[in-house]
Design a binder for this molecule. Structure first.
Ligand code: PMP
Length: 449
């Protein structure tokens, strides 16, 4: 094998070389076919090689690919911002475009801090968050991330922003059930605010459905109403990190809509460009922008490639494609069908502990003992093994979990392109079944223990 000059996730692993993608499928240079049940990293929301997006990409490239945001605006950026304002609830009308989810959450954090500064309050600079969460890899975003594995090496550089438990009902720390628990985990926010002081807190950030850190953990019904009410009472902005859940992944433009709350700031990414371009956004409400418009008149953030016309034209074409083909309205029923198929598998495979999620963002948690919910030992690397077994069979699934080492179990996410057909869902389920059968054979010695 020729040496590689590319820094890959695991340097001594061998990665298949991709040739092309079509719809929900990917093909490597050896001609092997993969069903992309992860949309990459919950990103390729409308599948691969969609001609309409390629056409929009070409058209914009012929016109102009790049202009710098402090010199020019573009039709593409203006139209995209308008489209997002139209498609999001409430008055989330102001979009700041960036290039990755991490930049979006960093920007949201800075807008929240700036909001209070413009109102003459300099002390509100913390952005509280939850454990078992992921908001990005840059230092500000990582400070907000309750992901011990990803924080570990950088702890001295990070703020202690994760302060409360997640709504992880499968492993409730109180051993209670919703709604009779009265959302004890949400009420921890009240206690944390009292301890830290509302005068020091600019915002609270949360993923509506916990993705990478937890494996599609959806909250119980009134959880976010309680959170939002606590934020409002203490004059703390609420930021919904919809980098993974937004852009239709759960059947709505914003997953927050399912729980009838409107954030003050929202972040989008991943599915926003659907993998055709790196683009993400921090979207702020009128309330948040008002003091900034009346004050500095500038959001104190920005990147060279922010709002570049090429990425904006692609993201606009993606949203138009989703709208025109009524893709979001089909997500819920596809998700329900999926869950039914997964539940059938649960009766066949003892190691399937929990099946969860919302829309086409589904999670499966694996346990050594279903009765006691005992997780596999961390060093058994069950998630990695499951992902590798699936890949061998031509199925790409997303590894999740490890947000709190030793507390939550191993899990994978199933998040195929939203355009997946029922026939393709059946094929996906069959491949998953093969994967689980192989796992049961290889790891039968661990079952029950
Ligand atoms: N927020 C959430 C909810 C995410 O899922 C991710 C990526 N997994 C990020 C932020 C960071 O996005 P990126 O990897 O594009 O920087």
């Amino acid at each position: 094998m020729k040496r590689s000059y590319l820094i890959k996730p695991v340097l001594d692993d061998v990665y298949p070389v991709i040739d092309y993608g079509k719809g929900v499928y990917l093909f490597d240079m050896d001609g092997k076919k993969y069903l992309d049940a992860a949309s990459g990293a919950v990103t390729a929301n409308i599948g691969h090689g969609e001609p309409e997006i390629i056409e929009a990409m070409n058209q914009q490239a012929r016109r102009v690919s790049f202009v710098y945001r402090s010199q020019f605006t573009s039709e593409a950026a203006e139209s995209l911002a308008k489209k997002i304002a139209d498609m999001t609830p409430g008055d989330l009308n102001w979009s700041f475009f960036v290039n990755s989810g991490s930049e979006a959450t960093e920007t949201a954090m800075k807008i929240a801090i700036q909001y209070w500064q413009e109102k003459g309050i300099q002390t509100k600079t913390k952005v509280l968050s939850r454990w078992v969460s992921y908001h990005g890899i840059t230092l500000g975003a990582l400070s907000m991330s309750g992901h011990t594995g990803r924080r570990a090496r950088f702890v001295p550089l990070l703020e202690d922003f994760p302060v409360i438990n997640p709504p992880y009902c499968y492993r409730c720390p109180y051993q209670l059930e919703a709604p009779s628990c009265q959302y004890a985990c949400a009420r921890e926010l009240e206690t944390a605010i009292q301890r830290i002081g509302a005068d020091k807190i600019a915002a609270f950030i949360a993923e509506p459905v916990i993705g990478a850190a937890g494996g599609a953990i959806a909250p119980p019904e009134d959880y976010f109403k309680v959170i939002k009410q606590i934020c409002d009472t203490h004059e703390i902005l609420f930021i919904a990190d919809e980098v993974m859940t937004g852009s239709g992944r759960t059947g709505e433009m914003l997953a927050c809509t399912h729980w009838e709350i409107t954030p003050d700031i929202v972040t989008l990414g991943k599915g926003m460009g659907a993998g055709y371009a790196p683009i993400a956004a921090a979207v702020a409400s009128e309330k948040v922008m008002e003091p900034i418009l009346a004050g500095t008149k500038q959001v104190m953030s920005g990147h060279t490639l922010s709002a570049n016309p090429q990425s904006c034209a692609i993201a606009l074409a993606v949203l138009e494609y989703i709208e025109k083909n009524k893709i979001m309205s089909q997500v819920e029923s596809k998700g329900v069908y999926f869950k039914q198929q997964l539940e059938k598998m649960q009766s066949q495979f003892e190691f399937i502990g929990d099946i969860r999620g919302k829309g086409l963002m589904l999670g499966i948690e694996f346990v050594a003992d279903r009765g006691t919910k005992k997780p596999y030992p961390r060093q058994a690397l069950i998630t990695q093994k499951m992902v590798a077994l699936a890949k061998e069979k031509g199925l790409i699934v997303y590894p999740a979990g490890s947000g709190i080492d030793g507390v939550n179990g191993d899990s994978i996410m199933i998040a195929p392109p939203l355009t997946i057909t029922e026939k393709e869902i059946d094929e996906l389920i069959a491949l998953l079944n093969e994967t689980f059968t192989a796992f049961a054979q290889d790891f039968s010695c661990m079952a029950g223990g």
